[in-house]
Design a protein. Structure first.
Lengths: 353, 341, 397
């Protein structure tokens, strides 16, 4: 083997190694933050008891956590934190996939209006379908249909070569406003109780997480994310332009539509249980890209973990910053997201592309 | 804009708008939850000017003069103000998507008024100017920030995105303010988040009227400069006029927000429609789009009052339902046009 | 290689899921219930008694034995609560520790002599009634009534949570508490449910006698009022405009204020309006020309037991009367504009609100009705509290 090739290979391996290291560090950080979040709460449970309660489940008989600790940790804190992790991962992966597919640094489930569309679909299903069997699935299905609808519009706009990234986002924001206006309109037709539920879709929170909903979201994540990661090579090639990608044998249209559908499904399943939590899907891919560059094979999983860290962190802060007042986590993420949004629009474009 | 319309026809257009506004005002005076015949309405109005000839019922006179006319006047004035502000923003930013709402000016002004309320400035005659000043001050922030940004050759869409970012920012900041206040004040402030015209009193109408009376002629005087500024063919250095235009437009928006809350998209729909009909000559554009804004808001308010009487829908909600589709249409037009370029 | 990694990821993820299934509810033992069917059967009781008499090594304590005998005789007790799906609630042993989210239930609990069983209360109660329920002020808080803090509830180890009928969705309450905490949703929803709800709560708390007392109090007055109102034709019933907290937000036919108004023999002019809690056109109010206007005043606005200065209530009434729009309306011209404290039209004290309303609507029909005395009786007899507070404006002379 000629020496140059070896060098190149070594360098590549090192390069890859660094990215994997980054992901590993993030994973540790996530576990750390989740650990801290588990130990915070209004029930004063000693630190050791919290962890004993967790470990006890896997290695029974060694620890003796109190019933209260087991109950609080397993039924209250862990579902909430895991929902934060799942929602963070899902939204961030959907966001980075959308940014890749549309070659648009401002894309995310929230700024493209897909989250609001899903929220409207869910609200509609709740108002109309209270009596139906399998209500939960109906809600997700309806949310997914509306998320797809919004995605179709976005992909349609993306077909035009003249569509600048900003234009596309403006269209997305218009879609968002449209669907939130429609959701407010629903308030005039529903019964008082149902309307209260609908208001929830406008502002996200993690209060409703339970093991059942976690299971549903988890299944969607486990099905969608590996598929998206499998397509990440194709996304990488598409980053160089459709023509190049086609000449390299990538079925551009197919990949684009499949990835968009997957991203929409991710968004819809999360929005159904958390409401619209904005900006996680926008911010985390960028943070990740700054650290490890734009290779989608690593960007997708890494930004997922960054999203989880951000959302769990934001939720923990929202619950503890001015206790006993609990801020909705959507407000917290907006506080991170809006300045970032400013920055993204104003910086010179194509730095990371 | 390739509209070739003779000056005479443009004037005709303006006068027909004026005519429509008067007709609509009369019609909407006779609309309402209370059943008053048109004849009663007319005699109630005329009785004010020619007493002794007409004998309207006391009830009709009261409803007409104390409730319907203030509301209708406020709708017309707010429509005119927002539409003119939108026209000026569109010209100075050379951006067909610009409007007080999409630039974040309205939500900034609402934040300013809420801040004044939260700081305990009561809404009395003495303090009103302070509240208006605060809201104008905050409203200037997004406008000039975006202007500086546009000067660095940002794309028009990026400028609007910054505006939207401001809109996001203030729409989370205002509820945050309310977290720290009493329930009564908070409810008061929620009013500014969703617009409505039901607070119009004669003094408030007076304030808005005189603001417009001061601002619009100033703008009309400079209409030639605005023609130059808006035309992308020239690279003008009309900095002063531009700054003044932005300032005046923000001031008008802020004053209106103080009394009506956020009513979005009127300032977008009216200028865009007018421009496609009579073209971009500001001598005609400013009055025409103002009048069209008045017609729009007046009509929508009449709708909001009559769709499910006696319940009053928030009018800002109806304007969004009309404005958002137009906004989407404008974006697709931009996309398609740059495709053909 | 790549696919292998993904398969591994999926495998690991699913195993973690499978291991994280529900935590089993730790069962609370009922003394004497050896087969854990939540009931003390005759044979179980007999064997406990025998064990006690035989003085065997594991003999039960006497008080345990008494408890099992009581459970055998009186439990389980079953009711249906007021939640939207009318959930069936079964209590297998005496209620001892109650966390209360709804202030109405707290009030009802005191009427039923069960205050000492309360172990935690919501912020709404703590902020809302420091004078009316001083004995609850030192109890730990369990968060806001609409967004309860489940962790704090669990720390208190209650056996029962009393919540509002609808306000807090089950996802945020029932689903988070495990099975041995019973969530009972009693809204004291509408006047018609009042009697039922006291019966249910009295039954669960074994305070039937006391419940009968309050039901008699309530029913006695209710009978008088409905009897006299029954004879009225529609035309004889005055038309009433009801207003809530904010100006021109009226109360439609779903509201309890509407119900009170009709029970007292009035016609709510907004009874046909559909949209819940909507703002209405002032013009419409004028045109309807109501004979009487009643606005309710929130506790925070300066009304109820906690308040002793009628000034703020007076100011609110002045505002209504001085509004330019309704100045020509019959109600305003006859000075038939009344303000009533929300405490009197909500939940356990409905009847007093109905009585006031009846007096305002039909002064000739009810010359003998004295709502103030009723209120005093209610407070003294059912709460052991001296009469005080600001409830209506203007006060009757």
């Amino acid at each position: 083997m000629p020496p140059e090739t070896t060098d190149l290979r070594e360098e590549y391996t090192r390069f890859i190694g660094r990215k994997i290291l980054f992901i590993a560090i993030l994973a540790v950080l996530l576990i750390l933050i989740a650990g801290i979040a588990t130990s915070l709460g209004s029930a004063n449970i000693p630190l050791i008891d919290t962890y004993a309660a967790i470990v006890d489940r896997f290695l029974p008989d060694y620890f003796n956590p109190s019933n209260l600790a087991t109950n609080v940790v397993w039924n209250l804190r862990l579902p909430r934190i895991l929902m934060g992790v799942f929602a963070g991962i899902g939204l961030a992966v959907a966001g980075s996939a959308m940014q890749g597919i549309l070659r648009n640094p401002l894309a995310s489930p929230y700024t493209l209006g897909i989250a609001s569309a899903a929220g409207f679909g869910a609200a509609l299903a709740i108002l109309l379908g209270k009596g139906f069997v399998g209500g939960e699935y109906l809600v997700i299905a309806n949310a997914f249909i509306f998320a797809l609808l919004a995605s179709v519009v976005i992909i349609g706009i993306a077909r035009y070569k003249g569509a600048r990234p900003e234009t596309m986002i403006l269209a997305g924001i218009a879609i968002m406003y449209f669907f939130s206006a429609m959701t407010s309109l629903l308030q005039y037709f529903g019964e008082a109780d149902a309307v209260k539920e609908v208001v929830f879709w406008m502002l996200g929170d993690l209060d409703r997480s339970s093991w059942d909903t976690l299971g549903l979201v988890g299944i969607v994540l486990v099905c969608c994310i590996p598929l998206l990661i499998l397509k990440s090579w194709d996304l990488n090639v598409m980053g160089a332009g459709d023509e190049t990608a086609k000449s390299l044998g990538v079925q551009v249209e197919k990949v684009r539509i499949l990835s968009m559908v997957l991203a929409a499904l991710l968004t819809a399943s999360i929005v159904c249980f958390t409401g619209t939590i904005g900006f996680i899907g926008l911010v985390s891919p960028h943070i990740t890209r700054m650290a490890i560059g734009g290779d989608n094979r690593f960007l997708l999983p890494a930004s997922g973990i960054v999203g989880a860290v951000l959302l769990v962190g934001a939720d923990t802060i929202a619950r503890n910053i001015i206790a006993p007042v609990i801020l909705p986590v959507g407000i917290m993420t907006s506080f991170i997201g809006v300045p970032f949004f400013f920055y993204l629009i104003m910086r010179k474009r194509r730095e990371y592309w | 804009m390739n509209v070739h319309m003779s000056a005479r026809r443009k004037v005709l257009f303006i006068f027909s708008l004026l005519f429509i506004i008067i007709i609509m005002a009369v019609v909407s005076i006779s609309l309402g939850a209370a059943n008053i015949t048109i004849w009663d309405v007319c005699s109630a109005i005329l009785n004010k000017f020619f007493p002794d000839h007409f004998n309207p019922s006391e009830f009709a006179e009261f409803v007409v003069w104390q409730m319907r006319i203030p509301r209708i006047l406020m709708a017309i004035l707010a429509g005119i103000g927002l539409a003119v502000a939108g026209t000026i923003f569109q010209s100075t930013f050379r951006n067909s998507l610009a409007s007080p709402y999409t630039l974040g000016v309205l939500s900034a002004a609402a934040f300013g008024t809420s801040l004044a309320t939260v700081l305990g400035i009561e809404r009395s005659m003495v303090n009103l100017p302070i509240a208006i000043m605060m809201s104008t001050f905050v409203a200037l922030l997004p406008a000039f920030f975006i202007y500086r940004f546009v000067k660095r050759k940002a794309s028009p869409e990026a400028a609007i995105l910054i505006g939207i970012a401001f809109l996001f920012l203030f729409s989370i900041l205002t509820p945050m303010l309310l977290l720290f206040t009493e329930a009564g004040v908070a409810k008061e402030s929620m009013f500014w988040m969703s617009g409505g015209l039901d607070r119009a009193s004669w003094t408030e109408i007076g304030i808005v009227f005189f603001t417009l009376l001061f601002c619009i002629p100033l703008l009309l005087l400079k209409s030639r400069d605005f023609d130059m500024i808006a035309d992308t063919k020239y690279i003008t250095k009309e900095e002063k006029t531009r700054n003044a235009g932005i300032f005046i437009a923000s001031l008008m928006s802020a004053v209106i927000v103080c009394f009506t809350g956020i009513i979005g998209f009127v300032g977008l729909v009216a200028p865009c429609t007018t421009k496609t009909i009579i073209g971009g000559e500001h001598r005609f554009l400013i009055p025409a789009s103002g009048l069209l804004g008045g017609v729009l808001l007046l009509g929508l308010d009449a709708l909001a009052r009559t769709i499910i009487t006696p319940v009053i829908l928030p009018v800002g909600f109806l304007t969004s339902l009309i404005g958002i589709p137009l906004f989407i249409y404008l974006i697709t037009r931009i996309v398609i046009r740059s495709e053909h370029r | 290689m790549k696919r292998f990694v993904y398969c591994a990821i999926i495998l690991i993820a699913s195993t973690i899921f499978l291991s994280c299934t529900h935590v089993d509810a730790h069962d609370s033992a009922i003394s004497g219930d050896t087969n854990r069917d939540m009931r003390v059967s005759e044979s179980e009781l007999t064997s406990s008694i025998l064990a006690y008499l035989n003085s065997s090594t594991d003999r039960p304590a006497l008080n345990e034995l008494r408890e099992s005998a009581r459970i055998h005789a009186h439990y389980p007790r079953t009711i249906t609560d007021d939640s939207p799906d009318r959930k069936e609630i079964t209590i297998y042993q005496p209620i001892k520790r109650v966390a209360v989210l709804s202030s109405y239930s707290a009030e009802a609990l005191r009427t039923l002599n069960a205050t000492d069983r309360i172990v935690g209360v919501s912020d709404t109660i703590i902020d809302g009634c420091p004078v009316f329920m001083p004995e609850l002020m030192d109890l730990p808080s369990v968060g806001k009534s609409f967004t309860p803090d489940i962790e704090r509830i669990l720390v208190l180890k209650p056996d029962t949570v009393l919540a509002y009928a609808t306000s807090c969705p089950p996802e945020k309450l029932e689903d988070k508490l495990h099975d041995d905490v019973t969530v009972i949703r009693l809204g004291f929803e509408k006047p018609e449910f009042m009697i039922e709800d006291f019966e249910k709560l009295g039954h669960l708390l074994e305070e039937e006698a006391r419940a009968d007392e309050i039901i008699d109090f309530y029913g006695g007055y209710m009978d008088i009022i409905s009897e006299r109102v029954a004879g009225l034709s529609d035309e004889e019933k005055p038309r009433v405009y009801l207003e809530g907290w904010s100006n021109y937000h009226t109360c439609d036919s779903d509201s309890s204020f509407h119900e009170i108004c009709s029970l007292a023999g009035g016609r709510n002019i907004a009874s046909d309006i559909q949209a819940p809690a909507s703002q209405v056109d002032p013009e419409w109010v004028i045109e309807q020309n109501p004979d009487i206007i009643v606005k309710y005043i929130g506790t925070a606005q300066g009304s109820g037991y906690e308040e002793d200065d009628p000034e703020s209530m007076k100011a609110i009434r002045e505002e209504v009367v001085s509004r330019p729009e309704p100045s020509g309306v019959t109600a305003v011209q006859n000075e038939d504009v009344h303000c009533i404290a929300i405490q009197l039209i909500s939940k356990p004290r409905y009847i007093i609100g109905i009585a006031y309303m009846a007096r305002w609507l039909h002064p000739d029909l009810f010359p003998d009705l004295d709502p103030e005395a009723m209120n005093a009786e209610y407070l003294e007899r059912f709460h052991g509290m001296p009469y005080r507070g600001v409830y209506v404006y203007p006060q009757e002379s």
